[in-house]
Design a protein around this ligand. Structure first.
Ligand code: HAM
Length: 422
């Protein structure tokens, strides 16, 4: 019988034990950013619709088809955030963070919303960890951002991924390329909506997934061949730094990202074990975004968004997910009401000493309680009955090898801490 209420279509729930992977991915990636000096930023889940329309770009699928937009009770049009970069930039402008020390280095984690067609790895509520470094246009920062993602994935045990990278050029390169690409596209037999796209944002046409369009655009001119000297120089320095950082890359001159704000360095991490939804993270530099959303100056930024959901799927595909991680270190097994009362107090003292503790709740027999102890993944079981209580002792059972010792109740906290921190 199916439950009366289901999570909205295309939205995964994460619960134990699999949620341990979720936390590990999020914490490992944010730690990697913290080690490079990125501070945490907490952003609104919804913002003014115009922020995303202007920031992300009207011609993108994200804005034109996938936004969760609604009028609030004050008749303002708001949108559940489809991505994080526009919101970070809004906060930087609003709070004048760009008047302080540059670059402003920020890291965020949380849910984003896109009304996409749900399938494995493509969700309507997706989770990202992202970083943004705003205010300095230095290729060393591009390399730093990319290396944070690379290091994060590797720390999670992943190895079956590759970094695809290209440059989308600067203000000087793009108009020349745009013209060449449009000339090429207008020479093709395109349907009306695609032709319109070619007029508004010709690069988007290269992102068209339909086989006939892919085939027709196979020989389209490449932006990499139209880079200005400055943009070429910037890209070459990024690649040099990546080599110094030991981050392998593949240049993919046909890489097109789904958001409009990118300039210069753009990249995507692709995992080979994931089928169609292979992008586990991506990002790049954005030069015009600040001005686009009303900033008085126009500072360059660089960042990435890593898909937490897809990173977990990649870990499962590689067999490095660790979903059955222990729920607690110690499991208390009371036999009788007096023993339960003692163990409740002992659990509190152990937790205060930094040990994670669970108890057999409800009045189960010894067998059921020991089964629960095994299932919890705990290293130690503390078994207490009336006899031990009379002696003021407790049985400490090592669940990894079955060894059992009698320990005085007055010293058991120190004993357990000692065993678990050995
Ligand atoms: P994005 O490529 O749109 O970039 O998303 C980043 C990552 O989020 C993707 O590589 C993918 O792993 C994950 N993702 C996106 N959509 C879905 C979905 N429907 N289901 C599951 N996972 C998904 C951005 O959002 C930019 N804000 C990244 C950035 C930051 N660029 C510069 N700074």
């Amino acid at each position: 019988m199916s439950a009366e209420f289901q999570a909205p279509r295309g939205i995964p729930d994460y619960f134990p034990p699999a949620s341990a992977d979720f936390r590990r991915v999020r914490d490992t990636l944010t730690d990697a950013a913290r080690r490079a000096g990125y501070g945490h930023i907490e952003l609104p889940i919804f913002e003014d619709t115009g922020l995303f329309a202007r920031g992300v770009g009207e011609s993108t699928d994200v804005v034109s088809k996938e936004m969760y937009t609604f009028a609030d009770r004050g008749e303002r049009s708001v949108t559940l955030r489809p991505e994080g970069t526009a919101g970070v930039m809004r906060a930087v402008i609003q709070h004048g963070l760009d008047r302080g020390q540059l670059p402003v280095k920020l890291c965020y984690a949380g849910p984003f919303f896109r009304y996409e067609k749900p399938q494995e790895g493509r969700y309507r509520q997706l989770q990202q960890v992202g970083v943004e470094a705003i205010g300095v246009d230095d290729p060393a920062l591009d390399a730093e951002v990319i290396a944070i993602a690379d290091e994060g994935y590797r720390r999670l045990g992943l190895s079956g991924f590759r970094l695809e990278i290209t440059s989308l050029g600067d203000d000087e390169s793009r108009p020349r390329y745009r013209e060449a690409l449009q000339q090429f596209l207008f020479g093709l037999d395109l349907d009306e909506p695609t032709r319109k796209r070619a007029e508004i944002n010709p690069l988007r046409v290269l992102d068209d997934k339909r086989p006939e369009v892919k085939e027709a655009t196979a020989d389209a001119p490449l932006l990499l061949d139209y880079l200005s000297d400055a943009a070429r120089g910037h890209f070459d320095i990024v690649l040099g730094h990546l080599t110094r950082l030991g981050v392998p890359y593949e240049i993919n001159p046909r890489l097109v990202r789904g958001l409009d704000y990118y300039t210069k360095t753009t990249f995507e991490f692709v995992h080979d074990g994931l089928g169609a939804q292979a992008g586990i993270g991506g990002g790049g530099r954005y030069d015009g975004l600040m001005r686009q959303i009303g900033g008085k100056q126009d500072l360059s930024g660089i960042g990435f968004g890593i898909g937490v959901d897809r990173t977990i799927l990649a870990m499962r595909a590689e067999g490095v997910a660790d979903a059955d991680a222990a729920r607690c270190q110690v499991f208390g097994v009371p036999m009788g009401a007096a023993a339960k009362a003692e163990l409740v107090g002992l659990a509190g003292r152990l937790r205060a000493a930094g040990i994670s503790v669970d108890l057999a709740y409800g009045d189960r027999g010894l067998k059921g309680a020991m089964k629960a102890a095994d299932r919890s993944g705990a290293r130690l079981a503390l078994v207490l009955g009336d006899r031990e209580l009379d002696e003021q002792t407790i049985e400490v059972k090592d669940l990894s090898n079955g060894a059992q010792r009698k320990v005085s109740l007055s010293t058991v906290v120190d004993d357990v801490v000692g065993v678990l921190t050995q």
